[in-house]
Design a protein around this ligand. Structure first.
Ligand code: ADP
Ligand code: MG
Length: 234
């Protein structure tokens, strides 16, 4: 016997469509430059994923962004393409700081930047725990465009004042796996970093899970003269 109640029927009818209203069209339609599309083609990447289609246009246009999509949905490229595209406009100092909770993720992210940024002569530094501090300080002094870091280690470097570099020109901050970064574990380091980078910058958060700390940021009223971040929720 199949149970049927009108209430259940309406609930099911009223459920939001599983099909996203955002149609992944093409990277070109999202405003990605021909040079970067060539790099994507070399990686056999042809069509944007949903999170890329949602977040790339607002990021290129200078908005802040919160992107929520499951693991493996291409969140790295969703922030790497806008960063690389904007980089060509202002290649001075450390342009982007990408924070991620683990060493392994940092290397994976930097690899994707390296592949996409080959034709731009992109310099990327990976600053993570468990590796030689002096070699990292040299990398940081070598004028990288993008620094991919775990919070603890980049703060260690800032506190040790070794090398000729700072974060005063950062225009783009990424919290990758923001659900894992926005916990008490990383709170002191994040507070230190937020003080060390300019207030005038673009910030984006990417997360596989929608946690209360992410919700709080998404719901917070915007600062005077600012708009709320563009939010794409799974
Ligand atoms: P996430 O951060 O969401 O877990 P990643 O950014 O690590 O996912 O991407 C997972 C894999 O998908 C990577 O190997 C990446 O190269 C690939 N990828 C990203 N975007 C696309 C795309 N538009 N089409 C095909 N593959 C893609
Ligand atoms: Mg990721």
């Amino acid at each position: 016997r199949v149970s049927f109640t009108p209430r259940k029927f309406f609930q099911e009818r009223l459920k939001p469509s599983k099909i996203s209203p955002i149609k992944p069209s093409s990277f070109e339609a999202l405003g990605v430059s021909p040079a970067l599309i060539t790099a994507l083609t070399k990686m056999s990447i042809k069509l944007p994923t949903e999170i890329q289609a949602a977040c790339i246009p607002p990021l290129i246009q200078g908005e802040d962004c919160i992107g929520n999509a499951k693991t493996g949905s291409g969140k790295t490229i969703a922030f790497a393409l806008p960063i690389l595209q904007k980089l060509s406009v202002d290649p001075y100092g450390i342009f982007a700081l990408v924070l991620t909770p683990t060493r392994e993720l940092a290397f994976q992210i930097s690899e994707q930047f390296a592949v996409l940024g080959t034709s731009l002569n992109l310099r990327t530094a990976v600053v993570v725990g468990g590796m030689d501090m002096i070699a990292q300080a040299t990398e940081l002094s070598n004028r990288p465009h993008v620094v991919v870091a775990t919070p603890g280690r980049i703060v260690d470097h800032l506190k040790s004042h070794a090398g000729e570099w700072d974060l005063s020109r950062v225009k783009f901050l990424v919290l990758d796996e923001a659900d894992r970064l926005l916990t008490s574990t990383f709170a002191p380091e994040l507070a230190y970093l937020f003080d060390a980078i300019p207030k005038e910058r673009q910030t984006c958060l990417f997360t596989a899970t929608w946690t209360p700390s992410i919700e709080a940021i998404a719901d917070a009223p915007p600062k005077p003269g600012k708009q709320k971040p563009f939010t794409h929720k799974m």
